[in-house]
Design a protein around this ligand. Structure first.
Ligand code: 5GP
Length: 144
C-alpha cells in the first residue's frame, strides 16, 4: 500500500501534530489514543514509514514488539486491568483507519465492555493526566 506522508501519525512523528507521548526511543514512539476504547489505551508505532504489517522491513518488527512489551507492562501497572488486549489492524476491511502501522494496547476489565473503536474523543485534560500516570509507571518499571 502506498504510504501517505500526511497521515496523522506521520505528522505526529514529525512533530507537526500534538500527541500525549508516553515513550520514545530511536525506533519507536508510543502515545495515548485520542478516542480510547478504555482508559490507558495506547498506540505504539515504528518510526519508519510503513502503512501496515506487509510493508515494513522485518528488521523493524523486533524493536516494535520490544516497545509493545515495555509499554504494555506500564499500562498494566498504571491502569486497572484484568487483561491487556494487543491488536494491530491491516487495511480498511480489517478496521484500520490510520495508515501508518501501529499496535493497540488496551486494558480490559471483566464484564466491562470497551468503548467502540475510534468513536469518542477523550477530554484532553484527562488524557494528559493518564499520560502522566503511564510515564510515571514506565519510569518506576525501568528504575529511572
Ligand atoms: P486503526 O483503526 O488504524 O487501527 O487505529 C487508529 C487509532 O488511532 C484509533 O484507535 C483512533 O482512535 C486513533 N486516532 C485517530 N486519530 C488520532 C489522533 O489524531 N491522535 C491520536 N493519538 N490517536 C488518533
Amino acid at each position: 500500500m502506498a504510504y501517505d506522508n500526511d497521515n496523522i501519525f506521520a505528522k505526529i512523528l514529525r512533530g507537526d501534530a500534538p500527541a500525549h507521548t508516553v515513550y520514545e526511543d530511536d525506533h519507536t514512539l508510543a502515545f495515548l489514543d485520542v478516542m480510547p476504547q478504555a482508559d490507558g489505551h495506547t498506540l505504539v508505532l515504528p518510526k519508519t514509514p510503513a502503512a501496515n504489517i506487509f510493508d515494513i522491513d522485518p528488521g523493524a518488527l523486533g524493536p516494535l514488539m520490544c516497545t509493545v512489551q515495555t509499554v504494555a507492562r506500564g499500562v498494566r501497572e498504571a491502569f486497572p486491568a484484568d487483561g491487556i488486549r494487543i491488536s494491530q489492524l491491516n487495511g480498511p476491511a480489517a478496521g484500520q483507519t490510520v495508515f501508518h502501522l501501529h499496535v493497540h494496547i488496551i486494558p480490559c476489565l471483566e464484564g466491562r465492555p470497551r468503548t467502540p473503536h475510534a468513536t469518542n474523543m477523550a477530554d484532553p485534560s484527562v488524557l494528559a493526566e493518564h499520560a502522566e500516570q503511564l510515564r510515571a509507571a514506565l519510569d518506576r518499571l525501568s528504575g529511572a
